[in-house]
Design a protein around this ligand. Structure first.
Ligand code: URA
Length: 234
């Protein structure tokens, strides 16, 4: 496999960045700087480092994005697609957002090309927890919070129990195990309040990296990837 493709496929950098880094002597294969990123390597045996960090080969790519408001969780080739925030290689290799956040929702979005894992994370059977910080208006009282936690009627569908930690009557953190369309907004609406801000902080075992500015991304660490693949082995 070409060295630049190998590095780009792991989500470490785009091919262009790779070419530049290689020219600058920042890409090592088996400890030796390789200045031409188009050379072929054996992805199963080569020890590659990029800017001092080991690049580990994995069949799939996993990326954490801090989704900004105004972007759409889609692979459609539209200007507002979250895919436009990643290097073009990510779309070319078939990566997609694992689930959807509304256009105005910000925070943790996992993007991958690992279809079986995405299926597991999104399947209602697996009750994967997702925690969001929220702001709402009008303020919530204790009765409304208790209703949200117990489950509310959303057009004939009774939501599963949720956990809420309220910091004040208008802000807090809610943890749910479902992912129905506009779920949290509809839950709040059902008890007489409206969401005015929503940010996903966790998705299963993943926590949004506080260093990631809105609109930026990074590949998952090995520990994060293991935490996801562990789910598959349960
Ligand atoms: N619930 C919502 O209402 N919107 C989201 O984006 C995510 C969960």
């Amino acid at each position: 496999m070409r060295l630049d493709k190998f590095i780009a496929d792991t989500g470490t950098a785009s091919r262009k960045e790779c070419t530049r880094a290689a020219r600058a002597g920042l890409v090592l294969v088996d400890g030796v700087p390789v200045r031409d990123a188009s050379v072929h390597i054996d992805e199963n045996s080569a020890a590659v480092t990029y800017c001092g960090k080991p690049v580990l080969w994995s069949r799939f790519t996993y990326v954490m994005l801090n989704k900004p408001a105004g972007t759409v969780s889609t692979t459609d080739n539209i200007p507002r697609s979250v895919m436009r925030l990643l290097p073009p290689e990510c779309s070319k290799k078939g990566m997609f957002p694992c689930g959807r956040l509304d256009m105005d929702t910000v925070g943790l979005l996992l993007l991958t090309d690992d279809g079986p894992l995405a299926h597991l994370l999104l399947s209602p059977k697996h009750h994967v927890e997702k925690a969001y910080t929220y702001m709402c208006d009008p303020p919530l009282d204790k009765v409304q919070i208790a209703k949200l936690e117990a489950g509310v009627d959303m057009n004939g569908y009774l939501t599963k129990p949720a956990r809420i930690t309220a910091q004040s009557p208008t802000r807090g953190r809610i943890t749910i195990t479902e992912g129905k369309y506009h779920q949290i907004k509809r839950m709040f609406h059902a008890v007489g309040s409206e969401i005015t801000f929503l940010k996903r902080e966790t998705f299963g075992p993943l926590t949004l990296d506080p260093q990631l500015e809105e609109g930026t991304w990074r590949p998952l660490t090995d520990a994060e990837i293991s935490s996801l693949t562990d789910l598959q082995n349960k």
